[in-house]
Design a protein. Structure first.
Length: 330
């Protein structure tokens, strides 16, 4: 699966492409920081305007909106370019995998579900990596930028349970986000979600193979098809029940998550020791830090799917290697 990074043919895409994508993600995070600063200044202007009539001019107000439009336009343009380049990068990665599978397909075709591994699993692997990979890198970059920003904003502000401790906000974000992540990991482990996903794909692959064979062989249907589909039905119903339990915990956590920043800032809000703009900056920065720390939590269903795909591809490649080693010498 990782020949993409070891073969000379793919050097430019693997390493130069990675560097360009990382750079564009870093610039996007810098723009996002500027947008966060904009929100603080804008809401301070709103507070000033609402407190004192005609304290600001229409020109000043529209100017602030225009400055946001400029930042947003840069962010959107960069996001589109990054997404386009990332799609090409990951298709090349998939291409390197497929080339290897094609080169050994005379042997690999005898492995159960070989066609699904080569076609469906490789495209699922690349698409999931496109989403998870860029999200992980961006989350790390956001933490690097927003952690010091959040600490600076928290100076002199009373935080629930932490008082005026300068690390109060980031500590609260860390405890809440990491706690939620461990909650999801624990639930997924107890419910064996990766195993369920793996079994589901195996049953679907077996059912599809029989359907293909049944196009030419009339002796296969309907009994064999019905028996196989019964297995597909059973594993799907089992997965629905497991994910129901998983989502109870996940959705409950997300609903509480909406109010966490406001709860933590409650003493400072009640005391009125900060402006509306500062409050918005803190809440947005807190949300960005918290969101980055919640990467595993928010991506857990996709991570489970990726783990299942990775497990199937590794199993497939292991079987290919075994067949190669078992070949008699000529």
């Amino acid at each position: 699966m990782f020949r993409f990074f070891t073969q000379k043919k793919w050097f430019l895409w693997a390493y130069v492409g990675s560097s360009v994508i990382l750079t564009s993600l870093w610039i996007s995070v810098q723009i996002d920081v500027q947008i966060n600063e904009w929100f603080g200044e804008f809401y301070d202007m709103i507070q000033k305007a609402l407190a004192t009539p005609n304290a600001i001019t229409l020109g000043e107000y529209m100017g602030r909106l225009w400055s946001f439009a400029e930042l947003a336009a840069m962010f959107i343009a960069l996001a589109l370019a990054t997404s386009f380049l990332t799609s090409h990068f990951l298709f090349r990665w998939r291409e390197s995998m497929v080339e290897f599978y094609h080169s050994v397909y005379d042997k690999a075709r005898t492995i159960e579900g070989a066609s699904q591994r080569v076609q469906e699993d490789t495209i699922r692997f690349s698409r999931i990596m496109e989403d998870l990979g860029t999200s992980l890198i961006e989350s790390i970059m956001v933490l690097v930028e927003y952690f010091p920003l959040l600490m600076g904003l928290a100076i002199g502000i009373d935080i629930m349970w932490f008082g005026e401790w300068e690390y109060g906000l980031v500590t609260a974000a860390f405890i809440w986000a990491v706690g939620g992540t461990f909650l999801m990991i624990g639930l997924a482990w107890l419910l064996r979600l990766v195993g369920i996903e793996y079994d589901l794909q195996k049953r679907e692959a077996a059912y599809r193979k029989i359907l293909v064979l049944a196009e030419d062989d009339g002796t296969i249907r309907p009994k064999t098809l019905d028996e196989l589909f019964e297995g597909v039905r059973t594993i799907h119903y089992k997965s629905y029940l497991r994910y129901l339990y998983f989502n109870i915990g996940r959705l409950a956590y997300l609903q509480v998550n909406v109010l966490v920043a406001y709860i933590i800032l409650a003493p400072a809000i009640v005391a009125g020791v900060m402006t509306l703009g500062v409050m918005q900056q803190i809440i947005r920065a807190f949300g960005r830090v918290e969101g980055s720390l919640q990467y595993l939590f928010k991506s857990w269903p996709t991570i489970i799917e990726l783990a299942s795909v990775y497990k199937r591809l590794r199993e497939f490649e292991g079987q290919i290697e075994s067949m190669t080693h078992q070949q008699p010498e000529r």
